[in-house]
Design a protein around this ligand. Structure first.
Ligand code: GLC
Length: 742
C-alpha cells in the first residue's frame, strides 16, 4: 500500500515540477513571439555598471536609454538595493518589461568575507564550503544580486598564475566535489527562493593551464588531459544544476574558448545537456580579434553565437552586429532564439517576472548584512582553513600564561588586506567589520599578556629602517609572531608573478629576528603558494594564513592559542623553486623516475635541485598526532560490477583533540595509458578526542578506477591496483594491493 501511495505522490510531484517547467517554457515561448529582433539581441547584452570595473571598462553614457528600450539584458557590478532598484525601474519602462539580471563576483562572501576559495579548499570541509556559499548568497540576494560569477572551478597547477587563489587547487577529484557544494550553496534549494542566487561555473575551460602561469596566455594540451583533468569540475557543476557558465579568455589549442563550438555546443550543451546559459568573460568575444581567429567584431559575433556563447559581457559585439548577421542570413534566428530562451528561462525561474523587485528589500539588506551569526560561522571556517606547516618543539599552541608577545610585520594591523583580491567594495560599508590580526590577538589575550607591536618593514620595498624597533620589542618579549606575505592584490586576476617569493625585505626582517634566539612563529598571508625556504627551514612554527576574510584576526588567534587545533591540508603543491613548476602530486612515473633526492644521472631529476616540493599536496600538521592502522580490504580480487570495501583504524595519539583528513589514494599499476603515481579517490575528515580511536570505512567502485583512454572513452581496465591511505600524498601510512578482474 505504501508503495502505491509513494508512487502516486511521486507522480503528482513530478507532474507538478514538469508542469511548472512547462509553464515557464510556455511563457518563454509566448514572450519570444512578441519580441523584435532588437529586443532579442538586447537580452544577450550585458553591461558593467559605472561604479567599479572588473575589466577594461567601456563607458556608455546612454545606458539608461538603452535599458528603457529593452536593449540590455543584464548589468554587473551594481551594488546595493537602491542602485539595482533604480536600474530595474528603468527596465520596467521598456515595452515588454523584461527584468534585468544583476550579476556580481561574490567569490568568497559578500559583506561577511570568508577565506579565499583556495584557503577554504584546504579545510577539505565540504559542508563548511557549502555553508560559506550559502551565507554569501543570503547576503548578496539581500543586496539585490541575482547571480554570482562563482564558483571558479579551474584546476590550477601553476602558482605563478594569480588566480590560483580563486579555485580549489590542483586535484580534479576534490575540485569536482567542491564545485558541486559551492553551486548548491549559492543556489540553495531552488532558484526563485529569495535567498538563492544563480551560480556560474567558470572559466570554461582550462583557464588555469595558461602557459608560464601568465594570465590570459594560451593553453595547449591533449584532449585527454582536458577531459581527465580540467573538465570534470565543470561537469560536476552542471550535474549539480548550475544555472550558468562563464567561458574563458584563453585559447585552447588555438581556438579561443569563446568561439569554441566543440566545448560549448558539442560537450556542454550536447553531451552534458546543459540547459542554462553561457556568459562570455569580460570582452572575450571582441578579444577574438586579438586572438586572430576573426577579422572584426562582425566575425567575432558570428563565431561566438555559433559556438554557443549566449550572453555578451561588455564587448558590445552582439549589440552592434547580430541584427545584421541575421538579416544577411549568416546567423540563423534559431541560434539567437535559443540564447534568448535560455536567459529568459532563468529570469522566470528566479521569479523576476512575477516581482522584478523581489531582491530589493532594504530591510532585508540591513538585517542580513549585519547578521552576527554569519561572522561566527566565518570565524570557524577561517580557523579550518589555516594550514600548520611547521611546529618545532611544540612552539604552538601558545600558552595562555604567555606574558609578552612581540607582534611584528606589515600585515599585523591592516584591515582590507585580509579580504584578498576579490572583495566586494560595498557602498557605504565600512571596513571596520573586519577583525585585523592585531585586534584578534587583543581580543584573545585581553590584559593577561602584553602585546608589543612593530611594523618592521613594508610588504614591498628595500627600507629596513623599521628593523631596529622590531628587534627592540622582540628583545622585550617571550615570543615573536611575525606576520608577513604578499599584498592582497599581488594575487588574483591579472596578477601573475614570474617569481613567487615573499616580496621586499620581509625575509631579511625574519633573519634579523631569528638571530635573537627567541621562539618565532611566522604567519604567511598570501593568495597563492609562495617560496620561502629560508623561513621554512629556520622558523619554529609556520601558519599559512592565506587571506581569511572578515574574521581573520579572531581565527588566527584561535589557532595560535589552541582554541582551534589546525586541521587544514594543502590542496595545491608548494614548490621549492619556480624552476620546478609545473609541479603537482598526481604526475606520471616516466620511463626513468627519480625516486630519491640523489641526483644521479640518467633519471628524471635536476642536477641542481630536488624534484620534490617544499610541501606536498595533502600536507598539513596538527597539534596532535594520529596513528593509522589495520587497513583491511573486503577482497583482493573484485569484478567490475563489485564494490571494494576498505576499512582502517585511526587513533589520536597526541595531547589535543583534533581533526585528521585521511586521504585514500589509488595507483593503477598498468593501463593502456600511463597512469599517475597516485590519485586521490576519497577522503574523510574525522574528529577524534585525544586517545580516541575510530574505524573508518571507504568504498571503491569502478567509477573511481576509470579514466579516459587514448580514444577519450571513459574506461575501466582490469589489472592490479595499489591502494594507499595517507596523511598527505607523500606521507603514506598504509598500503595494499588488489586486482580488478575483467
Ligand atoms: C573578469 C574575470 C571574471 C569575472 C568577470 C566579471 O575579467 O575574468 O572571473 O567574473 O570579469 O567581473
Amino acid at each position: 500500500m505504501t508503495k502505491i501511495y509513494l508512487a502516486i505522490i511521486f507522480c503528482i510531484l513530478s507532474t507538478n515540477i514538469f508542469s511548472q517547467n512547462l509553464t515557464i517554457e510556455k511563457k518563454v515561448n509566448e514572450l519570444l513571439k512578441k519580441m523584435t529582433l532588437e529586443e532579442k539581441i538586447g537580452q544577450l547584452n550585458q553591461y558593467n555598471d559605472d561604479n567599479t570595473a572588473t575589466g577594461p571598462p567601456t563607458i556608455d553614457n546612454n545606458k539608461a536609454d538603452q535599458i528603457k528600450k529593452g536593449q540590455v539584458g543584464s548589468l554587473l557590478n551594481c551594488l546595493g538595493v537602491e542602485r539595482t532598484r533604480s536600474w530595474q525601474e528603468l527596465a520596467m519602462q521598456s515595452r515588454l518589461k523584461i527584468p534585468l539580471l544583476f550579476g556580481q563576483d561574490v567569490i568568497h562572501g559578500y559583506k561577511t568575507t570568508f577565506p579565499i576559495p583556495l584557503a577554504e579548499s584546504c579545510s577539505w570541509d565540504l559542508e563548511a564550503m557549502e555553508q560559506s556559499a550559502r551565507i554569501a548568497a543570503i547576503e548578496a540576494s539581500a543586496s539585490g544580486i541575482h547571480w554570482t560569477f562563482a564558483p571558479m572551478v579551474d584546476i590550477a597547477r601553476d602558482p605563478r598564475w594569480g588566480r590560483v587563489m580563486e579555485g580549489a587547487g590542483e586535484d580534479t577529484y576534490l575540485g569536482a566535489l567542491i564545485a558541486k557544494v559551492r553551486v548548491k550553496g549559492f543556489q540553495g534549494n531552488k532558484l526563485g527562493e529569495t535567498n538563492s542566487i544563480m551560480a556560474c561555473a567558470k572559466h570554461f575551460a582550462a583557464y588555469g593551464a595558461a602557459m608560464g602561469g601568465r594570465d590570459y596566455n594560451s593553453v595547449d594540451m591533449s584532449d585527454r588531459m582536458l577531459y581527465e583533468t580540467y573538465l570534470p569540475p565543470f561537469k560536476a557543476a552542471v550535474d549539480a544544476g548550475v544555472a550558468t557558465l562563464m567561458n574563458s579568455f584563453n585559447d585552447i589549442n588555438g581556438i579561443p574558448a569563446t568561439g569554441n563550438k566543440k566545448l560549448q555546443r558539442e560537450i556542454l550543451k550536447g553531451k552534458w545537456n546543459f540547459k542554462g546559459f553561457v556568459v562570455s568573460d569580460w570582452g572575450s568575444i571582441g578579444e577574438m580579434i586579438n586572438h586572430g581567429t576573426v577579422k572584426n567584431e562582425y566575425e567575432a559575433a558570428l563565431s561566438a553565437i555559433t559556438a554557443g556563447s549566449d550572453m555578451d559581457m561588455e564587448s558590445r559585439c552582439y549589440k552592434n552586429n547580430l541584427a545584421q548577421l541575421v538579416k544577411e542570413k549568416k546567423v540563423d534566428i534559431q541560434l539567437v532564439d535559443d540564447a534568448v530562451k535560455r536567459i529568459l528561462t532563468k529570469k522566470f525561474e528566479l521569479g523576476l517576472f512575477d516581482d522584478p523587485f523581489k531582491y530589493c528589500s532594504k530591510d532585508r539588506e540591513i538585517k542580513e548584512l549585519n547578521n552576527p551569526e554569519h561572522a561566527k560561522i566565518a570565524r570557524n571556517i577561517s580557523s579550518k582553513s589555516i594550514v600548520l606547516l611547521k611546529n618545532e618543539n611544540n612552539t604552538l599552541p601558545l600558552s595562555k600564561n604567555t606574558k609578552s608577545i612581540a607582534f611584528i610585520g606589515p600585515l599585523v594591523k591592516p584591515l582590507l588586506q585580509n579580504k584578498g583580491f576579490w572583495d566586494v567594495e560595498l557602498p557605504g560599508v565600512d571596513s571596520n567589520f573586519i577583525v585585523s590580526q592585531w585586534e584578534g590577538l587583543q581580543n584573545k589575550v585581553g590584559n593577561s599578556c602584553k602585546i608589543l607591536y612593530a611594523k618592521g618593514c613594508e610588504i614591498e620595498g628595500t627600507d629596513k629602517s623599521g628593523f631596529d624597533e622590531a628587534i627592540k620589542i622582540a628583545n622585550e618579549s617571550e615570543i615573536i609572531i611575525l606576520s608577513i606575505g604578499e599584498r592582497r592584490d599581488l594575487s588574483g586576476e591579472a596578477k601573475s608573478r614570474s617569481n613567487i617569493v615573499i616580496p621586499g625585505v620581509q625575509v631579511e626582517l625574519f633573519v634579523a629576528l631569528k638571530k635573537l634566539g627567541k621562539p618565532i612563529v611566522v604567519l604567511i598571508n598570501a593568495g597563492r603558494p609562495l617560496i620561502f625556504n629560508e623561513i621554512a627551514d629556520n622558523a619554529d612554527a609556520i601558519l599559512y594564513t592565506w587571506w581569511l576574510g572578515s574574521e581573520a584576526g579572531n581565527a588566527i588567534a584561535d589557532v595560535l592559542f589552541g582554541d582551534y587545533n589546525p586541521s587544514a591540508k594543502l590542496t595545491i603543491t608548494f614548490p621549492r623553486s619556480v624552476g620546478q613548476i609545473p609541479i603537482y602530486y598526481n604526475h606520471l612515473n616516466t620511463g626513468r623516475p627519480a625516486n630519491s633526492d640523489d641526483n644521479h644521472i640518467y633519471n628524471s631529476s635536476y642536477l641542481d635541485l630536488s624534484i620534490y616540493p617544499k610541501y606536498e599536496f595533502g600536507f598539513g600538521k596538527s597539534y596532535t598526532t594520529f596513528d593509522y592502522s589495520q587497513l583491511k580490504l573486503s577482497k583482493h580480487k573484485i569484478k567490475k560490477q563489485e564494490e571494494l570495501e576498505v576499512s582502517m583504524w585511526i587513533k589520536n595519539t597526541g595531547n589535543y583533540d583534533g581533526e585528521e583528513i585521511v586521504q585514500l589514494y589509488i595507483r593503477d599499476k598498468v593501463a593502456s595509458v600511463s597512469r599517475p603515481v597516485l590519485e586521490l579517490k576519497d577522503f574523510q575528515k574525522v574528529f577524534l578526542k585525544k586517545g580516541e580511536s575510530k574505524l573508518l570505512k571507504f568504498k571503491i567502485d569502478k567509477e573511481k578506477l576509470s579514466f579516459f583512454n587514448s580514444d577519450l572513452k571513459w574506461v575501466t581496465e582490469p589489472g592490479e591496483f595499489e591502494i594507499m591511505m595517507g596523511a598527505s600524498s607523500k606521507d603514506i601510512r598504509l598500503k595494499d594491493n588488489f586486482e580488478l578482474m575483467d
